[in-house]
Ligand binder design. Structure first.
Ligand SMILES: *Cc1c(COP(=O)(O)O)cnc(C)c1O
Length: 472
């Protein structure tokens, strides 16, 4: 066989790239994106299971029948975990975004003529993407200062053109659960479908004590999404959408036999698809069972409680709302004489080996302004470094106390661009002018620029930044 480059050399280069460019995927010090159970046997199980099915095509479960069994068993497990009756059906997808797009598609097909989605400010961007792709309108209603949907504002936005109401369990930015029973009851009265976005917490909340009803046990909830590639500890590529009613699910599926090729029927957005994520997540579900999950998720909750207690003990910082135990958002305590800027805190934590996520503040229409926050997603692996993190929070808060928040003044000239169309060359020139490459290491300043830039312009610049990172 003639190779342009020997396979070993390609692999060596890949390993170098990983070492030089990637954040760690294990160890719990990256406080977003990756979910490490911190259990070597599970790492091994996931890797072996994924490798076992790496080359099969998930497009056709009639040809690759192991996937049909896996999808069915994931569905049974999730239906019982999330309190679905016999009329609840399951669809396995490649991730939360795909589950959300399919839930919106199902609602659109089940509610002809209805074109609106109503969701709180804290809804995941996947709903904006779904609305954009599916020709729907996303109407955002405010959350309270505690980060949960404002029930009165939500109900006021409901009308007979709403195809789907959306709530989160919990929301990603603040880790707080929306008032699901109240909103679902109001929607049920009006005949409006309700989706619970439990992509983040769907595998955690069932194992925590004292969580108010939030899943398919709540009357009026018509669909729910839960990611297995987050707190299900599978590798990326695994999520589940549960829906009430076979016909709702069938309406979202697709078939085409109107070509001279093989007759096609698909349950999700993709054609040929990788099954490794789902199969590995299934392996974890099977192996851990409810007792094993209970142990790991309990560990997350106690880590989150310890972080919360520490933050609340630091003058100048506060935690948003009542997080349920997977994620925490830290804000400056404006009532303190010496508030601490959470993004300065986040930048200082990087030097201590902890990567928390910077979140811009947001001025809501008809609701309180949401502050700039630092987001921490906690995972069981963080347990090994918890004392170190708690000590780092205390000492970095002291080291950045008094450092003023970033101003975002570089964004001032961008105000005039609101609503204008920017081509790639112009957007690239603006990024260069902003000095985004330098800003990248000063996340506080970068987030301040994002806060201060008109939304349409921010969206265009984010696209440009990504396009240039991935190509040219
Ligand atoms: C992660 C997440 C999603 C989207 O999931 P992806 O797997 O990243 O596509 C949707 N909603 C919430 C609340 C999430 O946390």
């Amino acid at each position: 066989m003639t190779f342009a480059i020997q396979p070993d050399e390609v692999l060596a280069r890949l390993r170098t790239l990983r070492a030089e460019r990637d954040a760690p995927t294990k160890g719990g010090r990256v406080l977003s994106y990756v979910y490490d159970p911190g259990v070597p046997e599970l790492h091994h199980l996931v890797e072996e299971a994924a490798l076992e099915v790496l080359h099969l095509n998930g497009l056709d479960p009639f040809v690759y029948g192991s996937l049909a069994v896996v999808e069915r068993e994931i569905g049974q497990t999730m239906r019982s975990l999330l309190h679905g009756d016999d009329d609840v059906v399951s669809t396995c997808t490649s991730g939360g975004t795909e589950s959300v797009i399919l839930a919106v598609l199902a609602a659109r097909e089940a509610n002809p003529g209805r074109t609106r989605i109503v969701a709180p400010t804290t809804r995941h961007p996947a709903f904006a993407k779904a609305a954009h792709l599916l020709g729907m309108r996303l109407d955002v209603v405010p959350v309270t200062a505690d980060g949960v949907a404002d029930v009165d504002a939500f109900v006021a936005a409901l009308d007979d053109d709403v195809a789907l109401a959306v709530v989160s369990a919990p929301s990603y930015p603040h880790g707080v659960v929306d008032p699901i029973e109240a909103i679902a009851a109001a929607c049920a009265e009006r005949g409006i479908d309700v989706h619970v976005d439990a992509c983040f917490g769907g595998m955690v909340l069932p194992f925590l004590p004292d969580v108010p009803a939030w899943d398919l046990a709540v009357p009026g909830v018509t669909s729910i999404s839960a990611d297995l590639h987050k707190y299900g500890y599978g590798p990326k590529g695994a999520s589940v959408l549960l829906q009430r009613g076979q016909d709702r699910q069938r309406g979202m599926m697709f078939a085409d036999a109107d070509w001279p090729g093989y007759p096609v029927a698909t349950s999700t957005l993709l054609g040929s698809r990788q099954a490794a994520g789902l199969v590995a997540a299934w392996a974890v579900l099977q192996s851990l069972g409810t007792v094993g999950f209970g142990e790991l998720q309990g560990r997350c909750a106690s880590i989150a409680a310890a972080i919360r207690a520490t933050v609340e003990g630091i003058d100048g910082l506060r935690v948003i709302g009542e997080p349920v135990g997977v994620a925490i958002a830290i804000a400056a305590d404006a009532t303190s004489d010496s508030p601490v800027d959470p993004l300065r805190l986040g930048d200082a934590l990087v030097a201590r080996g902890f990567l928390a996520q910077a979140q811009p503040g947001l001025q809501q229409v008809g609701g309180p302004a949401l502050p700039t926050t630092l987001h921490l997603t906690v995972t069981p692996a963080l347990h090994a470094h918890l004392d170190e993190l708690l000590a780092a929070l205390v000492s970095t808060a002291e080291s950045v106390r008094g450092v003023p928040a970033a101003t975002g003044e570089a964004a001032a000239p961008l105000q005039a661009l609101e609503g204008t169309t920017l081509d790639a060359a112009t957007a690239g020139a603006i990024l260069a002018q902003l000095g985004v490459e330098q800003l990248g290491t000063d996340r506080a300043e970068l987030i301040a620029v994002i806060e201060a830039t008109p939304r349409t312009v921010v969206h265009r610049l984010l696209v440009e930044l990504l396009a240039r990172e991935l190509g040219d």
